[in-house]
Design a protein around this ligand. Sequence first.
Ligand code: UN1
Length: 512
Amino acid sequence: LPAQISASLETLGIKDQNPGSSTGQNWLNTSAGFFSSLSPVDGNKIAAVQATDKATYEAVIQKAEEAFLTWRKVPAPQRGEFVRKLGNELRVVKADLGRLVSYEMGKSYQEGLGEVQEMIDICDFAVGLSRQLYGLTMHSERPGHRMYEQWHPLGIVGIISAFNFPVAVWSWNAMIAWVCGDVCIWKPSEKAPLSALACQHIVAKVLRESELPEGISCLINGDYKVGEMMTQDFRIPLISATGSTRMGKIVGQAVAARLGRSLLELGGNNAIIITENADLDIAIRGALFGAVGTAGQRCTTTRRLIVQESVYDTVKERLKSAYAKLVIGDPLDEKNHVGPLIDQDAVKAYLSAVEKVKAQGGKELVPAGVLTGPGYESGCYVKPCIIEAENHFEMVQHETFAPILYLNKYRTLDEAIAMHNGVPQGLSSAIMTLNMREAEAFLSAAGSDCGIANVNIGTSGAEIGGAFGGEKETGGGRESGSDSWKAYMRRQTNTINYSTALPLAQGIRFEI
Ligand code: UN1
């Protein structure tokens, strides 16, 4: 392994080839064997991780249930204090964790750091929230009665996260769930288990130092079968899952079958409308980072550009020259803009999408391709490409997790909005315009149908303070900021009679 990576693993407490034995849950002892974490950066095996078997899963559930009995009684501001300490630990390890995320997942080091910063930000948010889990009071219709609502912890929250944000998305869920009084079981992507182990170590350390039960934070590892143990488990009232729409449909149905709750944050097919009134400098920069950042592997990645015909050729030319300047390579080397895809399956999916869209009539403006030669030995580096394609083409309707940008032309804004909304997904969206009427139309009830709608900002890179998620096949869930915390608690309506009579609601008379 590169020396810097070995040093970071050491700092993060992942010292040997079998880090599963030191997850901070030392009582874990699994018979399910090991699986490897491979880096798409250079193809190296970073380490082997222990998979979770059924018996271990049962032990985890028991620990979590036990911990919940204590944790739910800890006052919320004190739970916030625990999260504050976690945020401080994350500040200390930011560079090491950012580097591990970059090496294990393939995003640029800057984006790895950004991801850890997102974790720190949500910690700060959750600390404040721990004193603001507000309920409402109502006026009772009966004399001498008081009515109010309060929010109680739910219990165990199951978190299923994806490879592309291997740590931040977990933290949006876990930090909020913890101040809400829940305990968490995390099933990270089997493509990025070490980043998750590193987080588990950090949490385990703070739990020990705070003399809190270790079951507050649990980690289980493996493929979808491990996730299934949670989705089918009635002891887990809430499953929060982030990933593909395909995965979300399976999870959502399994959880619904037992009438559990799920919070789904699934695929996006995000577009930017560039109008004739756009500041083109901003539009091009926004589209570029949106389309090629994280090598097109964000759920918020810009996949479609819908451009007004009078500026279409200019946008096309400027994009082409911007793409020509992109440097593809080792994401830990800061002069590179684009790193690898997560694995060779992702490369195959990229190639097949390009082939399919071309077969339907798509025209390659910036050609696709897989890079070979020194530095590209992992076989996971691909060229960001731009394809002129119609919105209704099968592949344009579909989320391919790769840097493929589809270009479309429009005449009127109504046409652009219809095209924009004319996909099954509804996560993030943007309009580039300096015209107030256009911007407001895009944000209106008849405008973008997405959970996130921006003006003069690309589709990716949302701040944690807002509710994050989207509509339609994106799954409808909201994570992170605003009042997303309500999904992690149960609401109780309380009516108290302090009078000497017992009047019934709705004026009903019942005498004997
Ligand atoms: C994701 O890709 O699953 O808005 C999350 C963004 C990031 C989070 C993306 N803050 O692009």
